[in-house]
Design a protein around this ligand. Structure first.
Ligand code: GTQ
Ligand code: FE2
Length: 358
């Protein structure tokens, strides 16, 4: 009886399809995918990029690709083979190669961007008139719609990680891009004022009222991040990440950017973290050391210079296999997920149970 009812319903649904389509309406069809999945399903794949593969490719890009006039960028995109574009379904991670004497011209766009310097140093980036040096381990932000250009006068090619929330911006149909008339911006009289005002993270000039939830700080130098991480090593270990810190907006304690979260972590020798899964995606960059991340039962053995992208709701845990500290830089889309109320996480317990954390 129930079966017969289902067949009648299926026939009715198919019969309605064309009539409804005339009015731009439809009902769920028998062969449509279900409206919901019980847990997050993603086309994104876990991907491991090895520095030993990336290095020769970056050298080739530097030798063979020109920086087009008008300020284009020379970038190697970390492409996820499960997706039409992007490193994860929300952001693009790319490695930018800049050669001595080059200027990556001024422009602005809706996508939020940041640079994390991988190797070398000496380049300068100017963001809305503020000029910051970019050296290994530094993080420099280019929030949405801020003008930015880069300039480099070192003696060998320099590379940094660029991350932009392009896929999220596209999903929201909010793409704007504006090239500037001039190749470079005028630099302010005080070239690094956001850093001078807010860079200590502890104190800032009285009476100033930063604009809403916007982060007024554009640069997070390595020395301060490393000192903070060393201080944090004195805290009880984080069961999932050992020692981990978030780059924050110093004026309100929120994430440094509105859509993307950045973290720095140390895995001490011998550490094997507890497994966890969460909504949202992330990309790790291995700054130092050697270890293994187990993602949904598959092992990824990484060492310095490697990248690892982790898809939503995948179980993952980390092991440090080096005799010294391993250090990872991470970008995720948790601030965007949290702002929408879509961030959830679960821990795997010792007896194989799942414990809801958030
Ligand atoms: O440096 O401004 O990797 O606009 C992609 C788009 C870098 C940049 C990228 C960009 C930039
Ligand atoms: Fe840009």
């Amino acid at each position: 009886m129930a079966e017969q009812h289902t067949m009648v319903d299926e026939a009715a649904r198919r019969a309605l399809k064309e009539d409804l389509a005339k009015f731009n309406c439809r009902v769920q069809q028998p062969d449509d995918a279900p409206l919901f999945t019980r847990t997050p399903q993603s086309a994104m794949q876990t991907v491991h990029w090895k520095w030993s593969d990336l290095k020769p490719l970056l050298d080739r890009l530097g030798k063979q690709l020109a920086l087009e006039p008008g300020g284009n960028r020379r970038t190697l995109r970390l492409h996820n083979p499960g997706l039409p574009y992007g490193t994860t379904h929300t952001f693009w991670g790319s490695i930018q190669v800049i050669l001595p004497g080059e200027i990556a011209g001024n422009h602005r766009h809706t996508a939020n961007a940041f640079r994390f310097i991988m190797k070398g140093g000496g380049a300068m980036t100017t963001v809305n008139g503020e000029r910051y040096p970019m050296n290994e381990g530094d993080l420099v932000l280019t929030p949405s719609m801020m003008w930015h250009d880069h300039e480099y006068h070192g003696d060998s090619p320099m590379v940094w990680l660029d991350v932009l929330d392009i896929s999220l911006m596209r999903a929201m149909n909010a793409t704007f891009f504006e090239p500037a008339g001039a190749l470079q911006q005028q630099v302010d009289t005080v070239p690094d004022s956001s850093w001078r005002r807010y860079g200590s993270g502890l104190m800032s000039p009285p009476g100033e009222c930063p604009r809403g939830s916007m982060n007024p700080l554009l640069a997070y130098p390595r020395a301060i991040a490393q000192a903070a991480l060393e201080q944090a090593a004195g805290l009880p270990a984080d069961p999932f990440d050992d020692v981990v810190l978030e780059y924050r907006n110093p004026t309100n304690g929120g994430p440094a950017m509105s859509t993307m979260g950045m973290r720095l972590q140390t895995l001490r020798p011998g550490v094997h973290t507890q497994a966890r899964r969460h909504t949202g995606s992330k990309l790790y960059y291995v700054m130092q050391g050697r270890g293994t991340t187990i993602v949904d039962g598959r092992t990824y053995d990484w060492s310095a210079g490697d990248f690892l992208a982790i898809n939503p709701w995948a179980w993952h845990e980390h092991l440090n296999r080096s005799s010294g500290d391993a250090q990872l830089f991470q970008v995720n889309d948790f601030p965007a997920m949290s702002a929408l109320g879509y961030y959830f996480e679960e821990a795997l317990t010792d007896n194989g149970g799942h414990q809801k954390l958030l």
